[in-house]
Design a protein around this ligand. Sequence first.
Ligand SMILES: C[S@@+](CC[C@H](N)C(=O)[O-])C[C@H]1O[C@@H](n2cnc3c(N)ncnc32)[C@H](O)[C@@H]1O
Length: 377
Amino acid sequence: MKVLQTCVSESKLLPLESQADLAMDQVTFRSDTVLSDVHLLLPNACHLMKRLNSVGQPVFTSKFRILRDCDGKESSGESPVRESTVASNVPLDEDGDLDVLRRPRSSSSNRDAVCPIILSQSAATLTDEEEDSEEEDGARDVIRVEHTMATPLEDVGKQIWRGAFLLADFILAQASMFTGATVLELGAGTGLASIVMAMVAKTVYCTDVGDDLLSMCQRNVTLNKQHFEPQESEIRVRQLDWMADDLCTDADLDFCWTDAEIGDLHDNTTFVIAADVCYDDDLTDALFKTLYRLASNMRHPITTYISIEKRLNFTLRHMDVSCEAYDHFHHCLDQLQQMTDGKMSFIVEPVKSSFPQFFQYERVEQLELWKVTAERL
Ligand SMILES: C[S@@+](CC[C@H](N)C(=O)[O-])C[C@H]1O[C@@H](n2cnc3c(N)ncnc32)[C@H](O)[C@@H]1O
């Protein structure tokens, strides 16, 4: 029974496959496969496999449309929080893709108080024909992301998580704040938030660990270069392991850093972003250590935005629902804010999720955004 309690409580993301093997007094509980709600809840999703990656996992392409006004601008305005709803009778175009309803051009008295009307999200493998038509028609509004589905915990970065969309919404809602900036993303996974950031920032260092994941991320960056190359912004996909003390500069390794890049990172970065990166206590500790080290090496004060989803799990240990990963994240935020080492000071603030939604996903109330401002004393 004790073994079962321990193992159940280890399920931190959404367990897809759980298997209990009972052998007299020994219980083994396997729950190591997770599936992101982004892929689970896609309405009318067409999950066609595109290829197998180098470790034999099926790779899919999803298209995410940026909801804009009719005049081509991103939606704006201080809109109230609005949970997106997945309509069961969403309109489809003739290819079966979902059709986005545009906001009307004419303004009504309360127009600014209305969030984008979210009706659809298309997710489908692009055929060559579809890719051509995307290029001609509205590629500007569509981000295409290659990803896998239902991965073991160590490969969660190959899926897209709702926290990435919350951060992407925030970036587009606060575009002027990020314009021309140098930004570092930690735990970027498929690279969605970095791609959105590069639409406004000048340089984005998009970082994670593992050649396989970083290669997928690099492919996504290349797939979406039309979103940031015209304004001469760039995304550099690089290895940054929170468990390591230094950035990798071994030129024989892929995704390593050059000295010039490290110099640029330290001299020019003003923002750090991270989406859904706190789901394992050891990793969260390492992430906060990394944040501290980075902040102390930067020439400018840095502001970090971290999105997190409060995942509730029932555990036999507590005989109740708990959210241990979220609680640990809070503990780390508190520690950072209370730190008095005479070298750095940190201010932690929650960010109200009252910014408009530019992507269609479920902005559930468990999704949160936190701002951490760091300054050298
Ligand atoms: C739940 S995924 C989130 C991915 C992406 N930010 C998103 O929201 O779609 C967590 C990410 O943290 C990354 N990660 C885990 N351990 C790490 C480490 N030691 N150093 C850097 N990144 C790490 C994973 O590879 C993964 O990409």
